[in-house]
Design a protein around this ligand. Structure first.
Ligand SMILES: [Zn+2]
Ligand SMILES: [Zn+2]
Length: 243
């Protein structure tokens, strides 16, 4: 399989959530890595240990506007890694939040404040302990409902925190034009799921999920993994071949 590098990294964290670097640190590494675009996607508001505050959004936007002037060679985007909150497809975003952001990526995380204590408790508990086929189907339906209600660009790290029906998710993502992420921190698909993804019509994206700037734009883990499957690289939207 041809070697590749990323052209844009649309999944990076800063110290506004649980990362350890500043937005500028991420931008500098992105430029060093030769990226054309970088997205800052800190954790959404209902993430228990690392969610940003709504008042951070205007601060982050102002910082990005200033950095954009300082570093015109790269496009800097403000996104968010929103949280799927329950089986109904509720996501921790309001209309106003969406308007103030450039894009949204969506994931499930281990502990989120849901809608109401009871619903949230049950959802989190099931994600921890009831990884059944029925649960996975419900999770997938929930992703689909969320995609219908919110302008989601990417489903990040499917199968993290709780499993899903990868075939059902890939079909829905293909229909709705939502990308499926290969995550830079860990691999979340087994052999059978990889075959399902290859056989689907879905498109993919690589995200570093960098929690410190040094990891921005790096995709060695995904390269080594995808090589095993001779993955069709033309279906990954943010890479170019490294001659
Ligand atoms: Zn995540
Ligand atoms: Zn992340």
């Amino acid at each position: 399989m041809q070697r590749f590098v990323m052209t844009g990294d649309y999944h990076t964290h800063t110290f506004y959530s649980d990362g350890t670097s500043s937005i500028e640190d991420n931008v500098i590494v992105a430029i060093e890595q030769g990226l054309k675009e970088i997205g800052i996607t800190d954790h959404g508001f209902n993430h228990v240990s690392g969610g940003i505050k709504r008042t951070d959004i205007p601060k982050m936007r102002e910082e990005i506007n200033n950095l954009q002037q300082k570093y015109p060679q790269i496009k800097i985007l403000l996104g968010i890694e929103a949280n799927l909150l329950n089986y109904n497809g509720d996501v921790d975003l309001t209309e106003d939040d969406i308007k103030s952001l450039d894009y949204v990526i969506l994931g499930i995380h281990k502990l989120t404040f849901g809608k109401g204590v009871k619903g949230s408790f049950r959802f989190n508990l099931r994600n921890f302990f009831w990884d059944t086929l029925k649960h996975r189907r419900k999770i997938t339906q929930s992703y689909i409902k969320a995609m219908e209600r919110y302008p989601i660009k990417v489903i990040v790290h499917p199968n993290y925190a709780t499993g899903c029906d990868v075939a059902g998710l890939a079909k829905a993502c293909a229909e709705k034009g939502v990308l499926i992420e290969f995550n830079g921190k860990r691999i979340y698909f087994d052999d059978q799921e990889m075959q399902t993804l290859i056989d689907s019509d879905a498109k993919f994206i690589i995200g570093s999920d960098a929690h410190r700037a040094t990891n921005v734009g790096k995709c060695m883990l995904q390269y080594e993994f995808l090589k095993n499957y001779n993955f069709p690289l033309d279906r990954i939207v943010n890479i170019k071949y490294n001659e």
